[in-house]
Design a protein around this ligand. Structure first.
Ligand code: COA
Length: 327
Protein backbone atom coordinates (compact mmCIF):
# COMPACT_ATOMS: atom_id res chain seq x y z
CA UNK A 1 0.00 0.00 0.00
CA UNK A 2 1.26 3.43 -1.01
CA UNK A 3 0.30 6.79 0.41
CA UNK A 4 -1.23 9.34 -1.95
CA UNK A 5 -1.62 12.98 -0.99
CA UNK A 6 -5.00 13.92 -2.39
CA UNK A 7 -5.51 17.34 -0.82
CA UNK A 8 -3.51 20.16 0.75
CA UNK A 9 -4.38 23.24 2.78
CA UNK A 10 -2.62 25.96 4.73
CA UNK A 11 -3.34 28.89 6.98
CA UNK A 12 -1.04 31.69 8.07
CA UNK A 13 -2.08 34.64 10.25
CA UNK A 14 -2.84 37.90 8.45
CA UNK A 15 -0.54 39.82 10.77
CA UNK A 16 2.71 40.12 8.79
CA UNK A 17 5.87 41.27 10.56
CA UNK A 18 8.69 42.28 8.21
CA UNK A 19 12.36 42.63 9.12
CA UNK A 20 12.12 46.40 9.55
CA UNK A 21 9.46 45.90 12.21
CA UNK A 22 11.69 43.44 14.10
CA UNK A 23 14.50 46.00 13.92
CA UNK A 24 12.37 48.39 15.98
CA UNK A 25 12.73 46.22 19.10
CA UNK A 26 15.97 44.20 18.69
CA UNK A 27 19.36 45.29 17.39
CA UNK A 28 19.21 43.93 13.86
CA UNK A 29 18.43 45.04 10.33
CA UNK A 30 16.75 43.83 7.15
CA UNK A 31 20.02 43.40 5.27
CA UNK A 32 21.61 41.17 7.94
CA UNK A 33 18.53 38.96 8.29
CA UNK A 34 18.06 38.56 4.53
CA UNK A 35 21.71 37.79 3.90
CA UNK A 36 22.15 35.27 6.76
CA UNK A 37 18.73 33.59 6.59
CA UNK A 38 16.78 34.60 3.48
CA UNK A 39 13.83 35.58 5.70
CA UNK A 40 12.05 38.83 4.76
CA UNK A 41 8.90 38.49 6.86
CA UNK A 42 6.99 36.16 9.14
CA UNK A 43 3.31 35.95 10.07
CA UNK A 44 2.42 36.23 13.76
CA UNK A 45 -0.79 34.98 15.35
CA UNK A 46 -3.26 37.59 16.55
CA UNK A 47 -4.90 37.39 19.94
CA UNK A 48 -7.75 35.22 18.63
CA UNK A 49 -5.45 32.80 16.79
CA UNK A 50 -4.05 29.64 18.37
CA UNK A 51 -2.34 26.43 17.35
CA UNK A 52 -5.79 24.84 17.31
CA UNK A 53 -7.54 27.54 15.28
CA UNK A 54 -4.79 27.60 12.64
CA UNK A 55 -4.82 23.79 12.45
CA UNK A 56 -8.59 23.82 11.98
CA UNK A 57 -8.35 26.30 9.10
CA UNK A 58 -5.58 24.36 7.36
CA UNK A 59 -7.47 21.09 7.93
CA UNK A 60 -10.71 22.49 6.49
CA UNK A 61 -8.89 23.69 3.41
CA UNK A 62 -7.15 20.34 2.89
CA UNK A 63 -10.48 18.48 3.20
CA UNK A 64 -12.12 20.84 0.68
CA UNK A 65 -9.17 20.46 -1.66
CA UNK A 66 -9.38 16.66 -1.42
CA UNK A 67 -13.15 16.81 -1.96
CA UNK A 68 -13.93 14.70 1.10
CA UNK A 69 -15.89 15.25 4.30
CA UNK A 70 -14.48 15.24 7.83
CA UNK A 71 -16.40 12.02 8.58
CA UNK A 72 -14.25 10.16 6.05
CA UNK A 73 -11.09 10.76 8.10
CA UNK A 74 -10.17 7.80 10.30
CA UNK A 75 -6.78 9.07 11.50
CA UNK A 76 -5.98 12.66 12.51
CA UNK A 77 -2.46 13.52 13.62
CA UNK A 78 -1.38 17.03 14.56
CA UNK A 79 2.34 17.65 14.70
CA UNK A 80 3.11 20.53 17.05
CA UNK A 81 5.54 21.69 19.69
CA UNK A 82 3.52 24.76 20.58
CA UNK A 83 0.08 23.49 21.54
CA UNK A 84 -1.91 25.94 23.62
CA UNK A 85 -3.17 23.19 25.94
CA UNK A 86 -1.51 20.22 27.61
CA UNK A 87 -4.84 18.39 27.72
CA UNK A 88 -6.78 17.66 25.64
CA UNK A 89 -4.39 17.19 22.74
CA UNK A 90 -4.57 19.57 19.79
CA UNK A 91 -5.75 16.80 17.45
CA UNK A 92 -8.86 16.17 19.59
CA UNK A 93 -9.64 19.89 19.66
CA UNK A 94 -9.31 19.95 15.87
CA UNK A 95 -11.50 16.84 15.58
CA UNK A 96 -14.21 18.63 17.58
CA UNK A 97 -14.12 21.72 15.34
CA UNK A 98 -14.03 19.75 12.09
CA UNK A 99 -16.57 17.11 13.10
CA UNK A 100 -14.13 14.33 12.23
CA UNK A 101 -16.00 12.06 14.61
CA UNK A 102 -14.71 8.72 13.26
CA UNK A 103 -11.06 9.72 13.55
CA UNK A 104 -8.49 8.42 16.00
CA UNK A 105 -6.65 11.55 17.11
CA UNK A 106 -3.29 12.24 18.66
CA UNK A 107 -0.48 14.79 18.67
CA UNK A 108 3.08 14.15 17.69
CA UNK A 109 5.98 16.21 18.99
CA UNK A 110 9.26 16.14 17.08
CA UNK A 111 9.80 19.84 16.35
CA UNK A 112 10.72 20.65 12.77
CA UNK A 113 10.88 16.94 11.79
CA UNK A 114 7.39 16.45 13.23
CA UNK A 115 5.38 16.64 10.03
CA UNK A 116 7.65 14.13 8.35
CA UNK A 117 7.24 11.72 11.27
CA UNK A 118 3.46 12.25 11.22
CA UNK A 119 3.52 11.37 7.52
CA UNK A 120 5.56 8.21 8.19
CA UNK A 121 3.31 7.18 11.07
CA UNK A 122 0.21 7.56 8.93
CA UNK A 123 1.89 5.71 6.06
CA UNK A 124 2.66 2.75 8.33
CA UNK A 125 -0.97 2.63 9.51
CA UNK A 126 -2.30 2.88 5.94
CA UNK A 127 0.13 0.26 4.74
CA UNK A 128 -0.97 -2.18 7.44
CA UNK A 129 -4.64 -1.57 6.68
CA UNK A 130 -5.50 -0.22 10.14
CA UNK A 131 -6.66 3.15 8.76
CA UNK A 132 -7.49 4.28 5.23
CA UNK A 133 -7.74 8.07 5.17
CA UNK A 134 -5.57 10.36 7.27
CA UNK A 135 -5.56 14.10 7.90
CA UNK A 136 -2.06 15.25 8.85
CA UNK A 137 -1.55 18.76 10.16
CA UNK A 138 1.53 20.67 11.24
CA UNK A 139 0.53 23.70 13.31
CA UNK A 140 2.76 26.04 15.28
CA UNK A 141 2.27 29.19 17.29
CA UNK A 142 5.97 29.72 17.90
CA UNK A 143 5.55 33.41 18.70
CA UNK A 144 4.35 32.27 22.15
CA UNK A 145 7.69 30.53 22.73
CA UNK A 146 9.93 33.26 21.38
CA UNK A 147 12.36 35.31 23.41
CA UNK A 148 11.57 38.58 21.65
CA UNK A 149 14.74 40.10 23.13
CA UNK A 150 17.02 37.47 21.53
CA UNK A 151 17.99 38.61 18.03
CA UNK A 152 19.63 35.22 17.40
CA UNK A 153 16.26 33.42 17.40
CA UNK A 154 13.31 35.82 17.13
CA UNK A 155 14.22 36.81 13.57
CA UNK A 156 13.92 33.23 12.34
CA UNK A 157 10.53 31.87 13.28
CA UNK A 158 6.89 32.41 12.34
CA UNK A 159 3.39 31.03 12.98
CA UNK A 160 1.16 28.99 10.69
CA UNK A 161 -0.34 25.63 9.82
CA UNK A 162 -0.32 23.26 6.86
CA UNK A 163 -2.27 20.08 6.24
CA UNK A 164 -2.52 17.17 3.83
CA UNK A 165 -5.07 14.41 3.29
CA UNK A 166 -3.30 11.09 2.79
CA UNK A 167 -5.04 8.01 1.40
CA UNK A 168 -3.84 4.47 0.88
CA UNK A 169 -3.56 3.37 -2.75
CA UNK A 170 -2.31 0.21 -4.46
CA UNK A 171 1.44 -0.14 -4.92
CA UNK A 172 4.57 -0.55 -2.84
CA UNK A 173 5.28 2.16 -0.32
CA UNK A 174 8.52 4.12 -0.48
CA UNK A 175 10.64 3.48 2.57
CA UNK A 176 11.27 6.52 4.73
CA UNK A 177 14.61 7.08 6.46
CA UNK A 178 14.77 8.83 9.84
CA UNK A 179 17.37 9.38 12.54
CA UNK A 180 17.57 10.91 16.00
CA UNK A 181 20.48 11.96 18.22
CA UNK A 182 19.37 12.84 21.73
CA UNK A 183 22.95 13.52 22.83
CA UNK A 184 22.86 16.77 20.82
CA UNK A 185 19.55 17.98 22.25
CA UNK A 186 21.00 21.08 23.93
CA UNK A 187 21.55 22.71 20.52
CA UNK A 188 17.87 23.68 20.32
CA UNK A 189 15.68 23.73 23.41
CA UNK A 190 12.56 25.17 24.96
CA UNK A 191 12.41 24.57 28.70
CA UNK A 192 8.76 23.93 29.24
CA UNK A 193 6.24 24.03 31.99
CA UNK A 194 6.61 20.25 32.30
CA UNK A 195 10.05 20.79 33.85
CA UNK A 196 8.85 21.23 37.42
CA UNK A 197 12.18 20.25 39.02
CA UNK A 198 13.80 23.69 38.95
CA UNK A 199 10.65 25.69 39.12
CA UNK A 200 10.80 26.91 42.73
CA UNK A 201 13.71 28.09 44.84
CA UNK A 202 13.85 27.68 48.65
CA UNK A 203 11.56 30.62 49.23
CA UNK A 204 8.99 29.11 46.90
CA UNK A 205 9.58 31.83 44.32
CA UNK A 206 9.40 30.93 40.70
CA UNK A 207 13.13 31.09 39.94
CA UNK A 208 13.04 29.65 36.43
CA UNK A 209 10.03 31.58 35.25
CA UNK A 210 11.92 34.01 33.05
CA UNK A 211 13.80 31.34 31.13
CA UNK A 212 10.84 29.06 30.68
CA UNK A 213 8.80 28.64 27.51
CA UNK A 214 11.51 30.33 25.47
CA UNK A 215 13.37 28.84 22.55
CA UNK A 216 17.14 28.77 23.03
CA UNK A 217 19.51 27.80 20.26
CA UNK A 218 23.14 27.34 19.34
CA UNK A 219 22.62 28.64 15.81
CA UNK A 220 25.95 27.57 14.40
CA UNK A 221 25.67 24.03 15.80
CA UNK A 222 22.21 23.66 14.26
CA UNK A 223 23.47 25.07 10.97
CA UNK A 224 26.39 22.61 10.83
CA UNK A 225 24.10 19.70 11.74
CA UNK A 226 21.63 20.57 8.98
CA UNK A 227 24.10 21.06 6.13
CA UNK A 228 25.80 17.74 6.94
CA UNK A 229 22.85 15.50 7.83
CA UNK A 230 20.23 16.62 5.29
CA UNK A 231 22.23 15.79 2.14
CA UNK A 232 23.31 12.52 3.78
CA UNK A 233 19.77 11.44 4.52
CA UNK A 234 18.53 12.42 1.07
CA UNK A 235 21.25 10.17 -0.35
CA UNK A 236 20.13 7.41 2.03
CA UNK A 237 16.46 7.62 1.11
CA UNK A 238 17.29 7.50 -2.61
CA UNK A 239 19.55 4.44 -2.14
CA UNK A 240 17.01 2.71 0.08
CA UNK A 241 14.38 3.08 -2.64
CA UNK A 242 16.72 2.29 -5.58
CA UNK A 243 16.30 5.73 -7.04
CA UNK A 244 18.67 8.41 -8.29
CA UNK A 245 18.65 12.21 -8.20
CA UNK A 246 17.39 12.25 -11.80
CA UNK A 247 14.13 10.62 -10.64
CA UNK A 248 13.35 13.53 -8.31
CA UNK A 249 11.32 16.50 -9.56
CA UNK A 250 11.58 18.63 -6.40
CA UNK A 251 13.13 18.58 -2.94
CA UNK A 252 10.68 19.95 -0.39
CA UNK A 253 12.89 20.81 2.57
CA UNK A 254 11.94 22.12 5.97
CA UNK A 255 12.14 25.90 5.57
CA UNK A 256 14.71 26.96 8.17
CA UNK A 257 17.26 29.06 6.34
CA UNK A 258 17.99 29.85 2.68
CA UNK A 259 21.70 29.19 3.22
CA UNK A 260 20.93 25.71 4.56
CA UNK A 261 18.80 24.92 1.49
CA UNK A 262 21.51 26.28 -0.83
CA UNK A 263 24.20 24.25 0.94
CA UNK A 264 22.13 21.07 0.63
CA UNK A 265 21.62 21.69 -3.11
CA UNK A 266 25.34 22.26 -3.54
CA UNK A 267 26.36 19.13 -1.63
CA UNK A 268 23.92 17.04 -3.66
CA UNK A 269 25.12 18.74 -6.84
CA UNK A 270 21.54 19.50 -7.80
CA UNK A 271 20.24 22.79 -9.29
CA UNK A 272 18.77 25.20 -6.74
CA UNK A 273 15.63 25.38 -8.93
CA UNK A 274 14.73 21.91 -7.65
CA UNK A 275 14.53 23.33 -4.08
CA UNK A 276 11.44 25.55 -3.83
CA UNK A 277 11.40 27.98 -0.91
CA UNK A 278 8.83 30.17 0.78
CA UNK A 279 10.78 30.93 3.98
CA UNK A 280 11.29 34.48 2.73
CA UNK A 281 7.60 35.15 3.46
CA UNK A 282 6.88 32.88 6.44
CA UNK A 283 10.19 32.31 8.25
CA UNK A 284 10.67 28.96 9.96
CA UNK A 285 7.25 27.60 10.95
CA UNK A 286 8.72 24.36 12.34
CA UNK A 287 6.46 21.38 11.67
CA UNK A 288 4.10 23.50 9.57
CA UNK A 289 6.75 24.47 7.01
CA UNK A 290 6.68 21.37 4.79
CA UNK A 291 2.88 21.17 4.43
CA UNK A 292 2.62 24.96 3.90
CA UNK A 293 5.20 24.70 1.12
CA UNK A 294 3.44 21.66 -0.38
CA UNK A 295 0.20 23.63 -0.43
CA UNK A 296 1.92 26.64 -2.06
CA UNK A 297 3.36 24.37 -4.76
CA UNK A 298 0.09 22.53 -5.29
CA UNK A 299 -2.03 25.70 -5.48
CA UNK A 300 0.38 27.30 -7.95
CA UNK A 301 0.30 24.27 -10.27
CA UNK A 302 3.94 23.30 -9.76
CA UNK A 303 3.21 19.66 -8.87
CA UNK A 304 2.26 17.23 -11.62
CA UNK A 305 0.74 13.76 -11.50
CA UNK A 306 3.52 11.19 -11.07
CA UNK A 307 6.17 13.70 -9.91
CA UNK A 308 8.45 12.23 -7.29
CA UNK A 309 9.34 14.57 -4.44
CA UNK A 310 11.74 14.20 -1.56
CA UNK A 311 10.42 15.67 1.69
CA UNK A 312 13.17 16.28 4.24
CA UNK A 313 12.85 17.57 7.79
CA UNK A 314 15.41 18.37 10.49
CA UNK A 315 15.47 20.06 13.84
CA UNK A 316 15.39 19.85 17.61
CA UNK A 317 16.05 16.53 19.25
CA UNK A 318 18.13 16.38 17.19
CA UNK A 319 15.96 14.63 14.63
CA UNK A 320 16.09 14.38 10.86
CA UNK A 321 14.43 12.38 8.13
CA UNK A 322 13.48 12.09 4.48
CA UNK A 323 10.72 10.38 2.54
CA UNK A 324 9.80 10.04 -1.13
CA UNK A 325 6.31 11.11 -2.14
CA UNK A 326 4.75 10.38 -5.52
CA UNK A 327 2.32 13.11 -6.48
N1 COA B 1 21.15 40.82 13.56
C1 COA B 1 22.38 41.36 13.52
N2 COA B 1 23.46 40.73 14.02
C2 COA B 1 23.25 39.51 14.58
C3 COA B 1 22.00 38.92 14.66
C4 COA B 1 20.91 39.63 14.11
N3 COA B 1 19.66 39.13 14.13
N4 COA B 1 22.11 37.71 15.26
C5 COA B 1 23.40 37.55 15.55
N5 COA B 1 24.10 38.65 15.15
C6 COA B 1 25.52 38.91 15.28
C7 COA B 1 26.17 38.12 16.37
O1 COA B 1 26.02 38.76 17.63
C8 COA B 1 27.60 38.10 15.91
O2 COA B 1 28.21 39.32 16.20
P1 COA B 1 29.76 39.38 16.68
O3 COA B 1 30.54 38.84 15.51
O4 COA B 1 29.95 40.81 16.95
O5 COA B 1 29.82 38.49 17.89
C9 COA B 1 27.47 38.00 14.39
O6 COA B 1 26.16 38.49 14.08
C10 COA B 1 27.62 36.61 13.87
O7 COA B 1 26.81 35.74 14.64
P2 COA B 1 26.66 34.23 14.31
O8 COA B 1 25.81 33.57 15.34
O9 COA B 1 28.02 33.66 14.03
O10 COA B 1 25.86 34.34 12.92
P3 COA B 1 25.53 33.21 11.89
O11 COA B 1 26.08 33.56 10.59
O12 COA B 1 25.80 31.84 12.45
O13 COA B 1 23.95 33.36 11.77
C11 COA B 1 21.97 32.23 12.45
C12 COA B 1 23.13 33.11 12.90
C13 COA B 1 21.08 31.95 13.65
C14 COA B 1 21.18 32.99 11.39
C15 COA B 1 22.54 30.92 11.85
O14 COA B 1 23.48 30.34 12.72
C16 COA B 1 21.47 29.92 11.55
O15 COA B 1 20.59 30.15 10.74
N6 COA B 1 21.56 28.73 12.15
C17 COA B 1 20.56 27.70 11.97
C18 COA B 1 19.38 28.00 12.83
C19 COA B 1 18.17 27.23 12.44
O16 COA B 1 17.86 27.08 11.28
N7 COA B 1 17.45 26.75 13.45
C20 COA B 1 16.23 26.02 13.28
C21 COA B 1 16.51 24.68 12.74
S1 COA B 1 15.07 23.75 12.65
Amino acid sequence: MKGKICGTGAYVPQNRMDNDQIATFVDTNDEWIKERTGVEARHIAGTEETTVSMAVMAGKRALANAGITAEEIDLLIVSTTSSNLILPCTACEVQKELGANRATCFDLSAACTGFLLAYNTALAYLNSGVYHTALLIGSECLSNLMDWKDRGTCILFGDGAGAVVLKGTDGDMYFPVTHSDGTKGEALTCKSRHDWSNLYDDSGASAMQDQMHRIGMDGQAVFRFAVKRVPEIIGEVLTQNHMSKEDIALYVLHQANKRIVEAVAKRLDEPIEKFPMNLQEYGNTSSASIPILLDDLHQSGKLHEGDKLVLAGFGAGLTWGAVIVEW
